[in-house]
Design a protein around this ligand. Structure first.
Ligand SMILES: Nc1ncnc2c1ncn2[C@@H]1O[C@H](COP(=O)(O)OP(=O)(O)OP(=O)(O)O)[C@@H](O)[C@H]1O
Ligand SMILES: [Mg+2]
Length: 262
């Protein structure tokens, strides 16, 4: 008797809602995403895309519903270092004297603590040489290795973006969440980032990328989720970038706010 291979889901959300001080940002989120895909999350400003990623990292708790990542609950996924996250805005003081290398090494911190022993308590710079090698490989993957000793504050916007992606790569997670990694980056940086993400997916891992760059979604995504306070649509790039699908997702919020009449 032939059994169909069970589906491998990297994200399973069932009836998720999220709020900020009682104001609902997301509701009725039911979503299942397959592993080893580059899934793009699109939708208008304020649609809840960043909130959705924050829920998947465990940084934000859902109001209700159940959420699994890599077949684990969020806490187990955190402990397993299964999820890496590149935030939309990096709330760091750019004048703080930290080098690119040390920023990327913080991506190894969870792994070094997982290994246990006295090294787990050391600052990133002093963790073992294998962690330094992984950090260097991560920097090389997005072509920032030559910037390793520069202070992070001395980099351009696109270079900083690549450094934070390198930090995520260094984590060796199963799922990479990226919130607008292509915003403000030039074509070359965009190519480097996309090529790396494709390679990551080819190795069996999964990517969820929030972006407003619809031509890149058309070219690069395997699957698209249109968010508009809820899931306004899920499908192939061809389906989700059709004028009808975009109209449904992008005008939902505008309609609920009431038009400006312009
Ligand atoms: N820290 C916060 N406190 C209060 N409200 C918030 C907070 N963060 C987000 N919101 C609200 O939640 C809603 C969803 O915000 P979110 O940042 O998830 O949207 P988004 O789809 O990522 O938008 P954008 O494309 O502009 O990044 C918005 O109405 C926003 O004002
Ligand atoms: Mg956002």
């Amino acid at each position: 008797m032939i059994h169909a291979k069970p589906e491998q889901w990297v994200v399973e959300a069932d009836g998720i809602a999220a709020d900020y001080s009682g104001l609902i940002a997301l509701e009725d989120i039911d979503l299942q995403l397959r592993t080893a895909q580059l899934t793009a999350i699109i939708g208008p400003n304020g649609a809840g895309k960043s909130t959705l990623l924050k829920l998947l990292t465990g940084m934000k708790k859902p109001l209700r519903g159940s959420l699994k990542v890599c077949n684990m609950d969020i806490h187990a996924a955190r402990r397993a270092n299964a999820v890496a996250y590149v935030p939309q805005e990096t709330a760091i003081d750019w004048d703080f004297p930290i080098s690119v290398r040390d920023v990327v090494l913080t991506g190894r911190y969870g792994r070094s603590r997982q290994a246990g022993g006295w090294r787990a308590w050391l600052p990133p710079r002093f963790i073992g040489s294998d962690h330094h090698e992984k950090a260097l490989a991560a920097m090389a993957a997005v072509q920032v290795a030559d910037l390793a000793d520069r202070p992070i504050g001395a980099l351009s916007g696109g270079q900083k973006k690549r450094v934070f992606i390198a930090r995520s790569i260094a984590q060796e997670a199963e799922l990479m969440l990226l919130d607008e990694p292509l915003a403000g980056v030039d074509r070359r940086s965009e190519r480097i980032i996309i090529d790396y993400l494709k390679e990551f997916v080819r190795s069996g891992k999964s990517v969820l990328m929030v972006t407003h760059d619809l031509p890149t979604v058309r070219d690069c995504a395997d699957w698209v989720v249109l968010v508009s306070r809820t899931i306004a649509g899920v499908g192939s790039p061809e389906e989700m970038l059709s004028p009808e699908a975009l109209e449904k997702g992008y005008h939902r919020i505008e309609r609920s706010k009431g038009g400006s009449g312009c």
